[in-house]
Design a protein around this ligand. Sequence first.
Ligand code: HEC
Length: 460
Amino acid sequence: MKTGRPGQRRTPFRRIALFTLLGIASACGGDAATDGSPSSAAANGTFARIQRDILDPSCVSCHRAGDASARQSQLVLTSDSAYQQLVGIASVQQIARSDGVARVKPFRADSSLLYHKLAWVPGHHSRDYGQLMPMGTTKGVTAGQLEYVRRWIEAGAPRSGHVVDTAVLADVRLQSASFTPLSAPTAAGLQLKVDSFAVSPGSERELFVYRRVGNASDLYVTRIQSRMRPGSHHLLLYTFDESRTAFPCNLRPTANVVRDIRNTDGSLNIVNMLPMACHVYFAGAMTQEFDYRFPPGVALRLPANTSLDFNVHYVNRAPIDLPGEAFANLYTADRAQVQTVARTLNLANTSFSLPPKQRTTVRTVFPMSVRTTVLGLTSHMHSMGERYEIRVRRANGTETTVYVNTDWEHPDFTNFDTPIVLQPGDALVSVVTWNNVTNRTIGFGLLSSDEMNIIFGYAY
Ligand code: HEC
């Protein structure tokens, strides 16, 4: 979980601008004669519909004066106070506050807690804003209601007036039900998947499934496409470092078996995690939909008899089981169509040491012995990693930063539209900063309490 990471903090200027806006919004909407009264003209407007269709039936059982939930959340949603307590009001939740997310921020659904709390499919946001609402039920608001609320906020969240077409309410599907599996490639290629599994309420599940591809000859992958059910932090495909033959890299996991990295009591399952020590990045996605195509004529080689370890990480903040599921399509081409064979870069520094209770920055130089064309880069560190920077160092000593990641759990894959050409003597340099908050010295290791320092990428 990335709780507590410095995220999308607003600048002071933004805050001032915002509150000026809010002032105007509430002044416009504040027709005292129609305030909150169900029998008034406002009762037909968009907010009145939200009150009647969502807040009254699904929320006020808890969010009403005197109820413990209302005390805890400091939020009363009965019609006499819902608007005043929602619009332009800061959240009581720490992380939301530090992100500048209000209960309802007019014109900004993405900065409105009401919207995030109603979205039971948390895949669209990665911040932990507490329970999803309505809490303690088995049924969230419909996709249509969520969209209605979103558009109301985007329209400025007025107290009265019709600002959203009620036709959007016709979509009565529960949000978590709207997932279409990815169909297998129709052209040459293959599909790998993680079959549907359940993530229990308020928990997270990170797991691996080892899949044998069973290819008799080398495969040339020209395109990688993936799709996962909402709620996942990432999807990763790994091959194994065949050059490492010592334990545990002499072993391979059992095929087609789900390996949870946590036991049911929350402790780490070391046996299931051991293969992580030998992984080589093959492909990854931080988004529900992902589609990467190699440049024309370029393909990534998968040697004969390949296997891939398929990894997903789901977080369920809804009060019911969430299904997890993931698909990856590898599109392949005949060797004859491939002019350039790409490979995965795997540049690791395994010999760093991070003293306790301090920040340490480690710089590692990986010189190129042959001309190397880099198509894209990503990085790998663990939870104490704060910043991973990759630079290109030319033989004359000049350095240019080409990649920066500050979110260890979700390292972006940076694709270079113009590939970076490294001549012999040039180098890739990693500059990694960790904050070791523990009392012990930390080095390279495969547990998430150890650290990693690896550049992965595609190159030829
Ligand atoms: C079973 C009780 C219950 C129900 C039903 C419920 N809530 Fe909540 N709500 C809570 C509790 C408890 C909290 C505080 C804990 C949290 O935020 O995770 C909360 C927090 C919130 C917050 C965050 C307030 C803040 O400032 O951080 C919002 C917004 C919210 N609820 C909206 C709703 C909406 C909208 C509904 C109906 C669709 C709803 N709630 C239904 C119990 C409930």
